[in-house]
Structure formats: C-alpha cells, structure tokens
Design a protein around this ligand. Structure first.
Ligand code: HEC
Length: 261
C-alpha cells in the first residue's frame, strides 16, 4: 500500500489528537485539578518518614495488609530495634503484615464503611490523586465529619491531619440562570471551585505539610510496587549481562565465519 505524502500530516495529526484525548477528557472532567506529588521511591529517608507518618496517622483506620514489616525493615534499612520501636505498635513479629488496629465492624459503624486497605491505592488512584486528596480538605458544616474534600466529594474520611495542616475554607462560583436571573449556589461541587483559604494555621508550615504528605504518598507508591526499587537495580545488571553476552556472541561469530571464505 502506498501512503501518499500529503496524507501523512493528517495521519500524524489524528494520532496526536488520539493520544491527547484521555488527557483532555481528564481535564474536562469537571474535577479539581490534581497536583503532582513529586515523590521519589528511591529516597530511603523519605520512605522512612512516610512509613512513620502512615503508622502514626493512618493505620488506626487503614491497613496496608500486603506489606510485611520484614519487607519494610529490609527496604528502609532499619535495625530490629528501630522497626520494633518506631513502626510496630500493633504487631509483635516482623513477618506480620501492616494490619489495622480497629475492628472492621466498629469502622463500619463509625464511618458508614470500612476504610479501605491502602496497599494499592497509589496504583488505583494515582499518586497525584492521593497527594491532592490529603491537601484538599475544607470546612463544610453540613458534612458529618465537619470537612469535605475537593478531589473526593463527600468522603466519609475525617481530615485526620488538620492539626498539622490547619483548616481551610473553600469558595465556589455561583451560576445565574440567563432567563430568570436566578442565582444557584454550588457549594461542594468541585466543577465550580473558586479558591481555598487558610482559616486556621496548623503546627506545620504549608511547605512542611506538603513534604509530610509527599512522604506518605512516597511510602504508598513504594507499597503498591515494592519491587520497583529492585527492578531498577536488576535492570542495570541485565544491561551489563547483555553487553558481556554481546562480546562473546561477536567473538563466536568471528570464530565460526573465519573458515567460511
Ligand atoms: C479515622 C479513620 C481514618 C483515618 C485515621 C484515615 N482514614 Fe483514610 N479513609 C477513612 C474512611 C472511612 C475512608 C472511606 C471514605 C469513603 O469511601 O467515603 C477513607 C478513604 C481514604 C482514601 C481513599 C481510598 C479510595 O480509593 O477510595 C485514601 C487515599 C485515604 N483514606 C488515605 C488516608 C491516609 C493517607 C491516612 C493517613 C494520613 C488516612 N487515610 C487516615 C478513614 C480514615
């Protein structure tokens, strides 16, 4: 088949449009814009802080039940004492997994649902989603928890980090019906989000809070794919192996072909 040159730009253009469609669809989804977490799973110090923050502030309600403390200990390069003292409050043996302290029945009664396991949340929701979620709680007197969330409207999770972040209030645009002139409020609808304002300061500065949350997201990113760190080192070895193999393959080729002339 001959593709005539003048068609190529059209083909290219439609490919580009096709590829950018999902992004456009996301942006037009009417949601609150997500902020990239900017975390780095190779940053062990950040993973250590993230694990500590997770155990202290999240594991009362959420588990990370596919992660064993022994795996955590190995990755975070902690001694037996460090892991026992800093991270294992509810567990006694390192081969236990990161289970939640709260019984599921109580959780369901208190929050209307059981807080989900978070081992895979960075994969299912994305790191930017989790990062923005933890940063976008705002005061809402109608909500049972006293706060609502811009990326997860009407979430039944309370703003558990409010003492660190402080409290924010949100404003939303109104819309006016052109015919009747009637004004409609859209409080709580992320599609009409206007601005956030800090109304009470927390114990951390905004930058410190961002880092605090980024560390948790980093930990969750690692938890979702713990092998990604090993995969990176393994990848380098595979490349070295292939290079060495290439040399032998070349020598072999020279040896075999030398008589065929
Ligand atoms: C007081 C209990 C409680 C604590 C503590 C808590 N959460 Fe939650 N969380 C919930 C509940 C309940 C939900 C379910 C919300 C819903 O579906 O409406 C939830 C949902 C979530 C979700 C959304 C999961 C999904 O995919 O739907 C994420 C992410 C999350 N929590 C992260 C965290 C992190 C990180 C921490 C620690 C900083 C934390 N939570 C601490 C109760 C809690």
């Amino acid at each position: 088949m001959i593709i005539r040159v003048k068609h190529i730009p059209a083909v290219l253009l439609s490919t580009v449009i096709g590829l950018s469609m999902p992004m456009v669809a996301n942006a037009a989804g009417g949601g609150f814009a997500l902020e990239a977490a900017g975390n780095d799973v190779a940053d062990i110090a950040s993973l250590q802080r993230g694990a500590r923050n997770f155990v202290n502030y999240c594991m009362g309600c959420h588990s990370a039940k596919y992660i064993r403390f022994s795996k955590l200990q190995e990755t975070l390069r902690l001694t037996d004492e460090q892991i026992q003292e800093n991270l294992m409050f509810a567990a006694s043996k390192v081969d236990e997994t990161m289970r939640v302290a709260m019984p599921a029945a109580d959780a369901a009664r208190w929050f209307g649902q059981v807080p989900p396991d978070l081992t895979l949340v960075a994969r299912s929701r994305g790191t930017a989603w989790v990062y923005t979620f933890l940063k976008s709680f705002y005061l809402d007197e109608k909500a049972a928890t006293g706060t609502n969330n811009l990326v997860f409207p009407n979430a039944s999770m309370p703003h558990v980090l409010w003492e660190l972040q402080g409290l924010q209030s949100a404003t939303f645009h109104t819309s006016t019906n052109e015919e009747t002139g009637e004004i409609t409020e859209h409080f709580g609808d992320p599609a009409y989000f206007e601005s956030l304002e800090q109304v009470a300061t927390g114990s951390l500065s905004p930058e410190e809070y961002d880092q605090f949350v980024r560390d948790i997201v980093n930990f969750l990113d690692w938890a979702g794919t713990p092998e990604q760190l090993e995969r990176r080192t393994l990848g380098i070895w595979v490349l070295i192996f292939l290079l060495v193999f290439l040399i032998f393959a070349y020598l072999l080729k020279v040896e075999i072909w030398k008589d065929v002339k």
